[in-house]
Design a protein around this ligand. Structure first.
Ligand code: HEC
Length: 135
């Protein structure tokens, strides 16, 4: 009886700590994984960007004010002069033709809700629609 109680307690503790670890990290684990392998080398693990070369994604007005078009930037790349938090950037981001629409959706939901960013959830249907109309 006592042994049973003990293992039950450990099981309960294990569940709690797993839940805690997951909720601590991110609600979008797939998006995080994709971000870490496709974006973090430039934009940084914390979305901090790189001086005047790469714009930040954390607390970046350009990302916050553009929900849908982000999908096209990821798929097609982005270049030319842009303004992020009042700072000018003029560089080129390469396209990601091989990321699927679902992967792009996961990445967007991750970056728009990581590092203090708070944005509404974007659905796969919305992203499908946007990607049909990229310039
Ligand atoms: C090779 C480096 C590189 C990689 C990899 C890269 N980016 Fe970029 N990204 C840039 C640069 C440079 C710009 C600015 C382009 C310009 O000046 O027009 C940019 C701009 C952006 C912007 C708009 C500006 C802002 O800060 O809000 C977003 C959003 C963005 N990138 C998201 C991503 C995401 C998501 C990924 C991964 C799928 C990614 N980038 C991968 C270099 C990169």
């Amino acid at each position: 009886m006592k042994k049973k109680y003990k293992s039950c307690f450990f099981y309960y503790f294990f569940c709690l700590s797993t839940l805690y670890a997951c909720s601590e990290k991110t609600n979008y684990p797939e998006g995080k994984q994709l971000y870490d392998s496709h974006c973090a080398s430039c934009h940084g693990k914390q979305g901090e960007g790189l001086e005047s070369l790469i714009p930040p994604l954390a607390a970046a007005d350009m990302l916050q004010n553009n929900s849908a078009s982000v999908a096209c930037w990821i798929r097609k790349g982005l270049e030319g002069k842009i303004l992020v938090n009042g700072k000018e950037f003029e560089n080129a981001m390469p396209p990601n033709e091989r990321l699927s629409n679902t992967e792009i959706t996961n990445i967007i939901n991750y970056v728009q809700n990581a590092w203090g960013n708070k944005h509404k959830f974007i659905t796969l249907e919305e992203v499908n629609q946007v990607l049909k109309n990229c310039k």
